[in-house]
Design a protein around this ligand. Structure first.
Ligand SMILES: CC(C)(COP(=O)(O)OP(=O)(O)OC[C@H]1O[C@@H](n2cnc3c(N)ncnc32)[C@H](O)[C@@H]1OP(=O)(O)O)[C@@H](O)C(=O)NCCC(=O)NCCS
Length: 164
């Protein structure tokens, strides 16, 4: 994985770097404020332990965790499994920057998929802005309220060009 990168977010400066086990208390705090059914600590530990995965952190100028992203690889496809940003850092491009970094890390031959609640307009708008496109639904995918999941896909440049 490449070195941490510095990015400007308006008046803020963020660093995108690898997510570590030491980030997990902050991850859990953001996770609990971000999702109706948050992931457990054990789920994050499992994903971080997979050598094939890409797990990223966005750190603010005070060294505090602003957001994170978890992506796992199954066969030839990357599954974007979790992305969340602390409420006070939202709408400043943090999640988009995490995903941009993921696309760069995964390489030009990569395909990505994800599931998102059909009611999660903020996330759907963000994924569409990046270039993800919807490809159907999984009915009653979320056990807490029976909500459908929208399935979204994205292909990196060489796949789109028909080379990979
Ligand atoms: C979805 C989420 C990750 C977006 O993070 P973020 O850092 O605020 O997103 P960005 O600033 O990169 O937004 C990029 C674009 O997405 C869209 N977007 C993001 N939040 C939006 C909102 N609340 N309403 C409408 N559009 C939104 C906009 O097009 C935005 O571009 P703009 O600010 O120039 O208009 C964040 O709202 C979050 O953590 N939500 C709770 C967890 C969650 O739902 N995760 C996704 C699970 S699939």
């Amino acid at each position: 994985m490449s070195e941490p990168t510095q990015a400007d977010f308006g008046e803020e400066s963020m660093q995108i770097r690898r997510l570590t086990y030491g980030d997990l208390p902050s991850v859990i705090a953001i996770e609990r404020r971000s999702f109706p059914t948050p992931w457990s600590l054990a789920m994050f530990v499992l994903e971080l332990s997979k050598p094939s995965g890409i797990c990223l952190a966005a750190e603010d100028e005070n060294g505090l965790l602003a957001g994170y992203l978890i992506c796992a690889r199954y066969d030839e496809v990357w599954h974007l499994m979790n992305v969340a940003v602390a409420t006070e850092h939202r709408r400043r491009g943090v999640a988009s920057s995490l995903i941009d970094r993921l696309l760069a890390e995964a390489g030009p031959d990569s395909r990505f998929t994800l599931e998102v609640r059909v009611s999660n307009m903020a996330a759907i708008a963000m994924y569409e802005q990046i270039g993800f496109r919807s490809a159907g639904r999984r009915r009653s995918y979320y056990h807490d309220n029976g909500e459908d999941a929208l399935i979204m896909w994205f292909a990196n440049e060489r796949v789109r060009a028909g080379v990979a």
